[in-house]
Design a protein around this ligand. Structure first.
Ligand code: ADP
Ligand code: MG
Length: 244
């Protein structure tokens, strides 16, 4: 399997505290990888380090074979790694359509997107994104009136509007109803036809719904890795995480 994203012996240290103690991760093109583990395990730090939001103390991150360790986060985004954070970061006063428009690759900020002519290509692209996130019928809805779950989908839409090869999602179902959580799983599975997805997740039902491979982090290190069945029957995982 050819890796699109490759993490080797990654270490992150916060004023003496080792948040990541040498983690390896290989992600194949269009694969869905889920990262689970107790609070404080280093899950968010791993995604942060991949996109240089946290400094890498040792080890390397490779994207499409290129070393991107500690590169400028904007360059990493432009190269094709999109990152969604835990809390939705959307424009509440604008419509769903306008939010996606603002995120489109090459739009370069609010002024350009307002003044630029909305070409058919751009419009088609936005419609395609809205369709993927299940909000085509809400294109004209003001984002503030959406549910929490729908706002999370808008933000996923804003990430994929930039055409990343790899999409990193930090707890995409946080605060969602079970129905929204399930719908998010279907959105992610559709996403993975064109994108590689790495998602941090707590909800095991959701993990079972989407994951092709699971990585378990514990105290800054990889505890286990495998299929849903392998992880669920792994005694170490049951002890530190699933058994609680
Ligand atoms: P998870 O996402 O698995 O819950 P995190 O990656 O957020 O865990 O955090 C891992 C550990 O690193 C925790 O002990 C947390 O307190 C610590 N940590 C995370 N970010 C920082 C930071 N910016 N400064 C200091 N410590 C941090
Ligand atoms: Mg976290």
């Amino acid at each position: 399997m050819e890796s699109i994203l490759s993490v080797k012996n990654l270490q992150v240290v916060f004023s003496g505290f080792k948040a990541l103690k040498g983690v390896d991760l290989e992600v194949g093109d269009r694969e869905i990888v889920t990262i689970i583990g107790p609070n404080g395990a280093g899950k968010s730090t791993l995604l942060d380090a991949i996109v240089s939001k946290s400094p890498v103390a040792a080890g390397n991150v490779y994207f499409q074979g290129k070393d991107i360790t500690n590169k400028n986060p904007y360059d990493i985004a432009r190269m094709g790694i999109g990152r969604k954070f835990q809390n939705p970061n959307v424009y509440n006063e604008l419509t769903v359509f306008e939010n996606i428009l603002l995120a489109l690759k090459g739009t370069h900020g609010i002024l350009n997107s307002i003044t630029a002519k909305l070409t058919k290509t751009k419009k088609d692209k936005i419609i395609d994104v809205l369709d993927r996130i299940g909000l085509l019928g809400d294109a004209g809805t003001i984002v503030s009136s959406l549910s929490h779950g729908q706002k999370q989908w808008v933000e996923i839409g804003m990430v994929i509007a930039q055409d990343p090869s790899v999409v990193l999602l930090d707890e995409p179902t946080a605060g969602m109803t079970p129905e929204e959580t399930h719908a998010t799983g279907e959105i992610i599975k559709t996403l993975a036809r064109d994108h590689t997805v790495v998602a941090i997740e707590h909800d095991m039902e959701f993990v079972k719904q989407i994951a092709e491979r699971i990585i378990v982090l514990h105290q800054g290190a990889k505890l286990a890795e495998g299929s849903v069945e392998e992880i669920q029957s792994n005694p170490k995982v049951v002890e530190v995480y699933l058994g609680r």
